[in-house]
Design a protein. Structure first.
Length: 108
């Protein structure tokens, strides 16, 4: 009998939680601050500038290797196109699969 009296304050304090259990707030979605988003966009812009230049160099070197008769020059051209167009390719893939809100626009 003494244990019931000891548990009674605990049970009374849990009662309001049970009545509100059906009205739980919706979970918060991940919110990205504006400063973080702008910093990521600036970082992507710098990365894509270097990637574009690297892709152009790869295409140039692949074309040069093809002119000398090397069969692997074609793969250099393909790799350069993929590297140079990585931003557009990833943006298109995100949009195709319905995740267009996840695309960040690089800022230069």
């Amino acid at each position: 009998m003494k244990t019931i009296f000891k548990l009674l304050p605990v049970l009374i304090s849990l009662q309001p939680l049970q009545s509100r259990a059906g009205v739980l707030p919706a979970p918060m979605l991940a919110q990205v601050s504006g400063n973080l988003k702008q910093s990521m966009q600036a970082g992507l812009g710098v990365m894509f500038l270097f990637g574009f230049l690297w892709g152009v160099v790869k295409i140039w070197s692949g074309a040069d290797r093809m002119s000398k008769g090397d069969v692997d020059g074609k793969m250099g051209i393909v790799a350069g196109i993929i590297i140079a167009g990585a931003a557009a390719i990833m943006g298109a893939l995100f949009a195709i699969f319905g995740m267009g809100d996840g695309v960040l626009t690089p800022q230069f």
